[in-house]
Each structure stands twice: as C-alpha cells, then as structure tokens.
Design a protein around this ligand. Structure first.
Ligand SMILES: Cc1cc2nc3c(=O)[nH]c(=O)nc-3n(C[C@H](O)[C@H](O)[C@H](O)COP(=O)(O)O)c2cc1C
Length: 322
C-alpha cells in the first residue's frame, strides 16, 4: 500500500508504533522497522539522555530500516531535561520524531532546524490544526478508544478522524483502537494515510514486557479498561485492575491527586512489567484489547493487517461498489 505516510517516511506499510513508556525499547522498535512499519523508541523510558543515545545505537544494531523517537511533553513538578533529550535525538542522527503532549513549539522548531521530520500526536481537531500551523510534517490523531491520554473531549475515532481530515492538509495517522486489517481499511476510508497502534504491539512476541501482560490483553474484552485522572483533567486509559479501580473510587470520593499518587507511580508500573504482576501498578491499555486474540511476532501482525486490509478493499468493498 502506498500512501502519503509511506512516501513521506520511506516505509513499506502505512503502520506506526507510537511511543510507549517502558515498552518502546530497541527490541520492539527494531522488530517494527524490520517488518516495514515505523516504530518509535520512547525517549523518557531511558533514565538519562546518555542512556537514550545508547538505546538509539542498540536499535541501529538491530535494524538498518528507518525508526524514530517519541518525546512526550507532560506537565510535571520536576520536568525531565527535555532540551537534553532533544539534543540526544538530533546528535544521534535520528530523522523522525513523534511529539506528544503540551506546547511542542520549541521542540518542533529545533527538530525542524536540524532536518528532523515531526509527527505530532494529539487528541483534538483544534490541536491538529495548530500543530499543522506550527510546521509539523504529519499528525497522529488519537481517538477516545486509545490507551494512554485520550484528552478530555471524549470523541471516538469514527468522528475524530474524518473531522480532522476535513481540517488539515498534511499526512495524518489515525490512532486509538486499531489492531487489525478492518481497522486499517476503515482508517483509510475515513481520510487517514495510515494507522498508529500502541496496545496491539504490546501483545507481540518482541514486546519487552512479561508474558502475563500479553495474556491479560488476550483474555480482556473491550470493557476492561478504566479512565483514571478524569477529575484532574489529565485522563488516562489504563487496563482495569485492582489499582485502577481503587484510583477511580478515590477520585469519585473527591480525593486530590496527592492521595492517589502512591498508587500510580511509574516505578510500580515498571516493576509490574518486569515481574509479571499485572496488579502491581497501572499500565496503559486501550479498548482494542477486545480484538486481541493472540500473541504473534511483529512481522506476522504487520503482514496480517496489511493483507487483510488489502483483501477488504480489493475484494469485499470492490464487489459491493460494483
Ligand atoms: C503501554 C503504553 C504506553 C504508552 N506510553 C505513551 C507515551 O509515553 N507517550 C505517548 O505519546 N503515548 C504513549 N502511549 C500511547 C500510544 O503511543 C498510542 O498513541 C496509543 O496506544 C494508541 O491507542 P491504542 O493503544 O488503542 O493503539 C502508550 C500506550 C501504551 C499501550
């Protein structure tokens, strides 16, 4: 399949793997690249910019295909040294970045000065429009179904994707709730140039997380996610477990963030991924869990999605149209 996305980023398939805290490491990203899709290392998964430089080198050892780095900009009491992470990305010669989060202008300007292509991921049409004005090369638009931060507008992909396609002219990835060829064909029909997936890539052989999490995603249905941090206007979609249920309960009681902070520490989530304890902390997962039924290799997954989408378009839909 040839789209504006495959042309612009020099990849074979119109599929990206978005940044994923604790999961977006070289093992997964190189497998995505080798399968002909576009993977992103997650900058902040590395404890320091120096470690990010090493991770980029490690990924290069595992693939000679293009890959990118995700830089997520979140409001924080002790913000990470964003400018240093940004410099590490540029100095490593990485040519594609996925930005996500607040006020990316300074980062976009700097990346563009160094010839780095930027895909900005956002959750609202108005943010996509301002990112296009800011000079990004492409947009990734995350619907309400997505894992991680869906924003506060609660607009599902079926509306958000065509609404964004009507307003922006640069290439656009549809994100949130994608995991199979039906989704890819639908995204292209809605006006996107490809899909971005997170959760589906977590349930692959190469994802560097404990097997228990992959099985939990296979077993979960589409209802097994929780929206936490709604009351702090920083909503996040995570897997349903005892911890996320407790967070929702405390929020319903009107508790301030300080009283849930100990439950949602990144450290706990990371320990869970390492030890296999799916109840240790919160972990991001989207509604697409309901359509995940196996744990294939990344290559099997990518090829299956593309083949299935191709068959839908050239056979099922073509027959209907004729
Ligand atoms: C485990 C996990 C961690 C994530 N961490 C980040 C992150 O650090 N930065 C970011 O921009 N997006 C993050 N995301 C969101 C994904 O990049 C992607 O936008 C989202 O998963 C798409 O929705 P889907 O899960 O339905 O495919 C994360 C998603 C998952 C599943």
């Amino acid at each position: 399949m040839k789209t504006r996305f495959t042309e612009m980023f020099g990849v074979e398939h119109p599929i990206a793997q978005g940044g994923m805290m604790w999961v977006g490491k070289a093992e997964l990203v190189s497998a995505v690249a080798n399968a002909g899709a576009l993977g992103f290392l997650t900058a902040l998964t590395q404890p320091t910019p120096e470690e990010l430089t090493k991770e980029i080198a490690r990924c290069r050892d595992m693939t000679d295909k293009p890959f990118g780095v995700n830089l997520t900009i979140l409001p924080s009491i002790n913000p990470p040294p964003y400018a240093e992470y940004r410099a590490a990305i540029i100095e490593s010669g990485v040519k594609i970045v996925e930005t996500a989060g607040y006020k990316p202008q300074e980062h976009v300007d700097h990346f563009k000065q160094h010839g780095v292509k930027v895909i900005h991921k956002c959750t609202a049409v108005r943010h996509a429009v301002s990112a296009e004005k800011m000079g990004v090369d492409a947009i990734s638009i995350d619907g309400f179904e997505c894992a991680g931060h869906p924003g506060e507008d609660d607009i599902p992909g079926l509306i958000l994707i065509p609404a964004a396609a009507d307003k922006i002219s640069i290439p656009m990835l549809a994100s949130g709730g994608f995991g199979d060829g039906r989704g890819l064909a639908a995204a292209l029909a809605l006006g996107a140039d490809g899909i971005n997936m997170g959760t589906r890539f977590c349930a692959t052989k190469e994802a560097p997380i404990h097997e228990n999490f992959k099985q939990a995603m296979v077993e979960a249905d589409e209802r097994q996610t929780k929206l936490i941090f709604r009351t702090y206007r920083n909503s996040a979609r995570v897997a349903a477990n005892a911890i996320s249920e407790e967070v929702v309960r405390l929020e319903r009681e009107g508790k301030p963030f300080e009283e849930v902070a100990h439950l949602v520490k990144g450290q706990r989530g990371r320990e869970g991924y390492e030890t296999g304890d799916t109840e240790r902390g919160i972990w991001s997962a989207g509604m697409i869990q309901g359509l995940i039924h196996d744990v294939p290799t990344v290559r099997e997954l990518v090829e299956r999605i593309v083949d299935e989408a191709d068959a839908i378009i050239t056979d099922r839909l073509a027959r209907m149209a004729s």
